[in-house]
Design a protein around this ligand. Structure first.
Ligand SMILES: Nc1ncnc2c1ncn2[C@@H]1O[C@H](COP(=O)(O)OP(=O)(O)O)[C@@H](O)[C@H]1O
Ligand SMILES: [Mg+2]
Length: 141
């Protein structure tokens, strides 16, 4: 199962969050783990709007036992201080929920960035917890 949302402006951030929320229904992720994924989706897609000229795409895929989120953009790429950004304590500069990339790295189980002056690609995933009951499949109207 795989879905895409193109990311150009603020509303697309919420669309991406909604898609991720829906795709996690039925996965063995508890409420806190789901929130960690949703915050990560919001941070990464908002970065496309704020830092990459709003030219990106969000992809959410359910693989065996994990959810994988991929955010690509055609922006200017990350500045050289990327390593500092990722080592930060998780307090980011301005907009967003304030967790930033360091927060995403902490909240997800895997995290990788590829970046060049032609754009960036971030892939992150969260695994289902073994032994945890599948979330009740309640769906809002
Ligand atoms: N998609 C992106 N393309 C280019 N640079 C980015 C992108 N996302 C983030 N950055 C750069 O990395 C920095 C840190 O991002 P982040 O941790 O989300 O904090 P914030 O967005 O609050 O500045 C940004 O200030 C920006 O310079
Ligand atoms: Mg940010």
């Amino acid at each position: 199962m795989k879905e895409h949302v193109s990311i150009e402006r603020e509303e697309d951030v919420y669309m991406a969050v909604a898609v991720a929320r829906r795709m996690m229904l039925g996965m063995a992720l508890d409420e806190m783990q789901q929130q960690m994924v949703l915050v990560s989706v919001a941070e990464l897609t908002r970065n496309v709007v704020v830092h990459a000229n709003g030219s990106g795409e969000f992809t959410c895929e359910i693989l065996s036992g994990e959810i994988q989120i991929t955010v690509t953009d055609g922006g200017p790429g990350f500045p050289d201080l990327l390593q500092d950004v990722l080592r930060a304590d998780g307090v980011s500069s301005s907009r967003g929920l304030g967790l930033g990339l360091a927060g995403v790295q902490r909240l997800m189980d895997t995290f990788s960035i590829q970046t060049s002056e032609k754009g960036s690609k971030i892939v992150a995933s969260k695994r289902e917890s073994l032994g945890r009951k599948k979330a009740a499949g309640t769906r809002s109207p």
